[in-house]
Ligand binder design. Structure first.
Ligand SMILES: [Fe+2]
Ligand SMILES: [Fe+2]
Length: 282
């Protein structure tokens, strides 16, 4: 059964550029701490709304486990923000945009009824395809073990990634419980995936422009290009564009099921090893 692990992390000595002392590689990851908590709290609100409409006991249990895990993820990522602030990065303007996106634009509007709920569930299933892909990636990204990465941050990323792999089928199953038609699955993915990529790119540009160590550089070299991102990806420190594109195409295949992405066994294995998850168990 899915369960939330009550983890905690100490960020008091987190360096500013915690991935290989590389600003871009670090800020590509930092976007997660700014973007995910708002998204995950939106998941939690939406699934709490869906829960009374689910009359399948096993699926209900999975949804309750999913809600617990996503709420914990949101808390854990939010706690990193204090460290960014202490390093002189004002995260507020970007976080406020995310609050608007997930709170208002994608929130529940009174009077929109069941179809709006099912649409939001399908959007979340689409995002969960991407988070499962990212989770599987981070568990297998051997480059992160060979360069200098803050070990506590690497544990946060892999603990989160492992739980994403562990619960990767839940949102999909809830969507199918309400609507089995592939049209909604495909339409919602096309709506949300490019939006997320766009917000990710904006987030990286925002963080680079805020980074106090880059203030002396000309504006142009602070705004990372697609080429700069590809360089980081080619070093194995972030998923590359082709990888993301191919993962997206898999979501469109007929007969797609999240079980085909990543390995539960590997996820559970990591969770048994993760310092934060083990401390939570004690
Ligand atoms: Fe999550
Ligand atoms: Fe998730």
């Amino acid at each position: 059964m899915l369960q939330a692990r009550n983890v905690s992390f100490d960020w008091s000595s987190l360096p500013l550029h915690y991935v290989d002392d590389d600003p871009l590689a670090t800020h590509l990851v930092n976007v997660m701490h700014l973007l995910l908590p708002e998204g995950e709290e939106w998941f939690v609100r939406t699934f709490k709304e869906a829960l009374p409409l689910i009359h399948d006991d096993r699926l209900r249990d999975d949804v309750i486990g999913f809600i617990g895990q996503e709420a914990m993820h949101a808390t854990a990522h939010t706690q990193v923000l204090d460290s960014l602030t202490a390093h002189g990065i004002d995260v507020k303007p970007y976080v406020e945009q995310m609050q608007f996106l997930f709170g208002r634009a994608l929130g529940n509007r009174p009077g929109h009824g069941r179809n709006s709920l099912v649409e939001r569930v399908a959007l979340i299933a689409a995002v969960e395809h991407l988070t499962a892909f990212l989770g599987d990636w981070v568990l297998n990204a051997r480059a992160l073990d060979t360069v200098e990465v803050d070990p506590t941050m690497l544990d946060l990323l892999r603990w989160h990634g492992a739980e994403e792999v562990e619960h990767r089928a839940v949102a999909f199953e809830v969507m199918r419980y309400f609507d089995v038609r592939p049209a909604r699955r495909i339409r919602t993915y096309i709506a949300i995936a490019p939006t997320l990529v766009w917000f990710w790119a904006r987030g990286v540009r925002f963080l680079m422009s805020q980074d106090p160590t880059l203030q002396g550089l000309p504006e142009k070299s602070r705004g990372p290009s697609f080429k700069d991102y590809r360089k980081v990806a080619s070093r194995g420190l972030f998923p590359g564009p082709m990888m993301i594109w191919k993962a997206s195409l898999r979501y469109f295949k007929s007969g797609y099921h999240p079980a085909q992405e990543g390995s539960t066994e590997q996820a559970v294995q990591y969770l048994a090893f993760s310092p934060a998850a083990r401390a939570a168990e004690r």
